[in-house]
Write a protein that binds this ligand. Structure first.
Ligand code: NAP
Length: 295
């Protein structure tokens, strides 16, 4: 069995991929990259027989050492959207220098790649990383993700707050998003890692089987809470000022607002069955993830 390394393994996606893959592959053939090798999550991996390796996207030499003997690299994009470019360049360079034979990268679906797009920062880092990977000459698989269904609460707010306002307040217009649960991404990508060869030099668009607008999210929330939840899509400036007025840090306001505008512009309104084919079923309805968060 080819030795696989999963980065971002202490995060929600990487950990779920490692767990799914362990059902198909011996844990000793799965390496996990962590920043803190003595932390609780690293210890749990070790106890299950995973090969725990230390590495930081900011530290190129740590990556070159961690990738020794690795054939298949599952590269989870960095979580600091302002630091991704140098970090991702480090990962791709280290993969090449260490003799990795196949790199799989968690990218994003997109439409507008122009510099004036609300999501330019995010899209540009993913597009640039895809380009570095392709230019490296390494066999690759690009896994373009739609939005996690788990991010919906970030846009809607906590249950208590929602029950008070009875409103989903977000400048996402009537934009449709093909949300995917993080578990579905993880299950599909573990399927690919268990038999990566047929996926070499493929680019997949992983979208949910159905799309939702935030008006529909409000209807789902009405059903869950038993209260009539309305949806208001305000002007962007008014929205940003309202969040800032509630003490939300500027960085968070910027992220939430730019994703909402992206959704309004239809950036995440995609229909492909790439994910269904790899899962062998329809994706989990986003309503189930919403239920878990607000029940
Ligand atoms: P997460 O739970 O925040 O996990 C991020 C992982 O990346 C953690 O394991 C973290 O390690 C690791 N990491 C961060 N900076 C690193 C660095 N400098 N060097 C090495 N590892 C580093 O995120 P997730 O939910 O698993 O999602 C995975 C990725 O998808 C995110 O990183 C982000 O790029 C992207 N994302 C996509 C969506 C979407 O809707 N499509 C939503 C959120 C995020 P530590 O435990 O050491 O911090």
């Amino acid at each position: 069995m080819a030795k696989t390394l999963i980065t971002g393994a202490t995060g929600g996606l990487g950990r779920a991929v490692a767990t799914f893959l362990k059902n198909k592959t011996a844990a000793k053939d799965i390496a996990v990259l962590v920043r803190d090798t003595e932390g609780e999550k690293a210890q749990q991996f070790r106890a299950q027989g995973f090969d725990v390796r230390r590495g930081d996207y900011n530290d190129p030499s740590s990556l070159t050492v961690a990738f020794q003997g690795i054939e298949v690299l599952y590269f989870v994009s960095g979580s600091d959207i302002h630091a991704r470019l140098p970090q991702h360049e480090n990962v791709v360079n280290a993969a090449k220098a260490s003799g990795v034979k196949h790199i799989l990268y968690t990218s994003t679906v997109r439409k507008d790649e122009s510099s004036s797009a609300p999501l330019h920062l995010v899209v540009n880092a993913h597009a640039q990383t895809e380009q570095w990977i392709q230019e490296s000459g390494l066999p690759y698989t690009l896994l373009r993700h739609n939005l996690y269904a788990e991010v919906i609460p970030m846009f809607v707010g906590a249950k208590e707050q929602l029950l008070q306002s009875k409103t989903v307040y977000l400048p996402a217009g009537n934009g449709k998003t093909a949300f995917v649960s993080r578990e579905d991404f993880a299950e599909a990508e573990a399927n690919i890692l268990a038999n990566p060869q047929p996926h070499v030099n493929k680019t997949y668009e992983f979208n949910g089987s159905e799309t939702l607008t935030f008006a529909q999210v409000a209807e789902i929330l009405s059903g869950i809470t038993g209260e009539k939840i309305a949806y208001t899509s305000p002007d962007v400036k008014e929205f940003e000022q309202a969040l800032a007025g509630h003490g939300v840090p500027a960085l968070i306001v910027g992220v939430v607002s730019s994703f909402a505008q992206g959704m309004a512009n239809g950036e995440f309104d995609h229909k492909t069955n790439d994910l269904e084919k790899i899962l062998g079923r329809k994706t989990t309805p986003a309503a189930e993830v919403i239920k878990q968060a607000y029940k």
